[in-house]
Ligand binder design. Structure first.
Ligand code: KG4
Ligand code: ZN
Length: 357
């Protein structure tokens, strides 16, 4: 079965064609990726310091068709070869979701194909199955993106249990807001990570929020405020030496990354212990973070569990993960998810409410 995937939930337009045959015959799932096109709107939103929903929607309209052509060219397939269309139904920006949903459904209707609405986070949390080492069910998923921070127990396709989540800012949001405080462009996650590499360890005693809360929830807004306080204190010193300013930013970035990584790693370890799972997957944009990956690898060795990552290019939003998650849902019995002609997007959507019975 060839599934077309369309992702338009936020500021990336992603289109991909996925063949389920390798997965169904026990071969590595990534062999099914036949073609893909991705356009990031980051440059367009940068001047505004964040995503402007209306601009995002309009840009998805401009990009989606050329990206479909690109994916078809790359795969050597024709529209007539597609067997189903998967699209991100939610959560995300309403206008942006509507573009993908309208496009996917119109195409499906025109080609007389089934269409399936995919939960964006399901796309992220199944994407490590497209990596080199695949996790075994049940596993724990640490989902860290710009909009979400969640620990989920994944017992199978469509079998998700929320174990803990952030009470305020998402991890990616904390990275982006802190980046802004350190004078970096939006979205600053990757830039902070690079800056932190030049920083000295332990220069600032930043909080590690909810490290000992006893549960699996997170909170990151206090950490961002602690960074802001350090920035204000430093500005009060009226330092003009560019080298000193740059070193201050690098040291603070390092302490910030150390704090956030310590909390994410500790809670992941706790989730594994609590559930008895031996496999952890890291997914979502923050999953591209080097320091987090290094720390998880280290802890995994010491604690005898395995960590799995999606291919680096599939950490941030993309069409492949939507095509793949949609394909696995379509292969599952009683998936109950193929959608009607209505534009039924779900800008707010709890993943567990979409579990398979
Ligand atoms: O999953 P994603 O592409 O979009 C959402 O679904 O939200 O995640 C985007 C987030 C942004 O906050 C971005 O700053 C963060 O992922 N990010 C990173 C890195 N690369 C992207 N954060 C930390 N380190 C990175 N290397
Ligand atoms: Zn995402």
């Amino acid at each position: 079965m060839i599934v077309l995937g369309i992702e338009t939930s936020c500021d990336e337009t992603g289109v991909a064609l996925y063949n389920t045959e390798p997965f169904e015959t026990g071969k590595p799932a990534f062999l099914g990726i036949l073609g893909q096109g991705l356009h990031s709107q980051i440059a367009m939103h940068r001047d505004y310091g964040g995503v402007v929903p209306e601009l995002a929607s309009r840009d998805h309209i401009r990009r989606v068709l050329p990206l479909l052509d690109q994916s078809l060219d790359q795969s050597g397939l024709k529209l007539a070869d597609i067997n189903a269309v998967a699209y991100t139904q939610g959560p995300g920006l309403a206008g942006a979701l509507l573009v993908g949903s309208a496009f996917a459904k119109s195409l499906a209707q025109g080609l007389n194909l089934p269409s399936i609405g995919v939960h964006h986070l399901e796309g992220h949390l199944l994407s490590p199955l497209l990596g080199q080492s695949t996790p075994q069910f049940p596993f724990i998923a640490l989902l860290v993106s710009g909009g979400h921070t969640q620990l989920m127990k994944v017992s199978g396709i469509g079998q998700y249990e929320l174990l803990g989540e952030t009470l305020d800012d998402a991890a990616g949001e904390a990275f982006d807001k802190t980046a802004k405080l350190l004078g970096l462009d939006y979205p600053g996650g990757a830039a902070i990570s690079r800056l932190a590499e030049r920083g000295r360890p332990g220069m600032f005693d930043l909080p590690k929020p909810m490290l000992h809360s006893g549960d699996l929830d997170f909170s990151f807004s206090g950490l961002k405020t602690a960074v802001l306080n350090q920035v204000k204190k430093f500005e009060g010193q009226k330092m003009t030496d560019a080298k000193a300013v740059s070193q201050f930013h690098a040291d603070l970035a390092r302490s910030f990354v150390e704090s956030i990584v310590a909390v994410l790693v500790s809670k992941s370890k706790k989730a594994l212990k609590q559930t008895g799972c031996k496999h952890l997957v890291l997914a979502g944009g923050v999953g591209a973070n080097t320091q987090l990956r290094n720390s998880l690898n280290e802890i995994a060795l010491k604690n005898h569990f395995q960590v799995h990552y999606p291919p680096l290019e599939l950490c941030t939003d993309n069409g492949v993960m939507i095509a793949f998650a949609g394909a696995l849902r379509l292969l599952a019995k009683n998936n109950g998810s193929t959608t009607s002609g209505a534009f039924d997007i779900k800008p707010r959507w709890d993943l567990q409410s979409n579990n398979l019975s």
